[in-house]
Structure formats: structure tokens, C-alpha cells
Design a protein around this ligand. Structure first.
Ligand SMILES: [Cu+2]
Length: 133
């Protein structure tokens, strides 16, 4: 019981760090997340990323519903859907894995009715790429 309470308190704090943007800690070097990965937060009514470009190759997004309503997250590149989470209850998280190529633009949005229109969409660029990375 105590564990559940702690988790419910920590999730909004985690989103606050993502939303803050100017936190002292660089998300790119945050412990526990390799550079190829990125955290995505879902709230009413925003999709919040770390904002930095993705590296070409395999990408893992750690998607957390930090809002008060159910949400999901779909990933589309050049009109083709590459990945989608199940509908996540508040507090739930899900990992998405997919591949991207250099210079692609990755669209992220919530597919629930009305949520895209309410503002739940964003996009990430993919780096031009560095050979050998
Ligand atoms: Cu939504």
C-alpha cells in the first residue's frame, strides 16, 4: 500500500523534470537511459519530449501517461505508422521500439478522439547521422 502511494507521487514529479526543460541535469546523459532513447510524457493536452533529435537506427521511446485521463501514443514517419502504444491509464508507462533513418521526421500524437485537436501532438527530427555510431 505504501509502495503504491509513493509511485503515484513520484510520477508527476518526473514529468515536472521533463516539462522544466531547463533542469540542471541533461536528459541526454540521465542515468538509466542510453543516448538512443528518449522519454515522452502524455498530459492534458500535450505530448512532451526531451526535444533533442533522435539518432538514426533503433530508437526506444519510454512513454509515460503523466496525465489524469487515458492516453496513447502513435508514431508515424512519412505517413507510415511505425509504432503505437496501448491505451495507457494515468501513471502507466510503455516502451516503443522502432527504427528511423537519417533526416526523417517523426510525428508523435495521441489517437484518442479529440486529443490531437486538443494539442496532443509533436514531432522529433532525426539527425543526419554519423557513420559508425
Ligand atoms: Cu490523449
Amino acid at each position: 500500500m505504501t509502495g503504491r502511494r509513493t509511485r503515484a507521487v513520484l510520477l508527476p514529479l518526473g514529468l515536472a523534470v521533463v516539462l522544466g526543460g531547463c533542469a540542471a541535469e541533461d536528459p541526454a546523459t540521465a542515468p538509466g537511459l542510453p543516448a538512443a532513447d528518449q522519454r515522452v510524457g502524455l498530459t492534458e493536452w500535450e505530448v512532451v519530449t526531451e526535444g533533442r533529435p533522435l539518432a538514426p537506427g533503433d530508437v526506444r521511446l519510454v512513454v509515460t501517461n503523466a496525465g489524469a485521463a487515458p492516453h496513447d501514443l502513435a508514431v508515424r514517419v512519412d505517413g507510415e505508422e511505425r509504432a503505437v502504444t496501448p491505451v495507457l491509464a494515468p501513471g502507466e508507462a510503455h516502451e516503443l521500439s522502432f527504427a528511423v533513418a537519417a533526416d526523417e521526421r517523426v510525428e508523435l500524437w495521441c489517437t484518442l478522439t479529440g486529443h490531437h485537436a486538443a494539442g496532443m501532438h509533436t514531432a522529433l527530427d532525426v539527425d543526419a547521422g554519423e557513420v559508425g555510431r
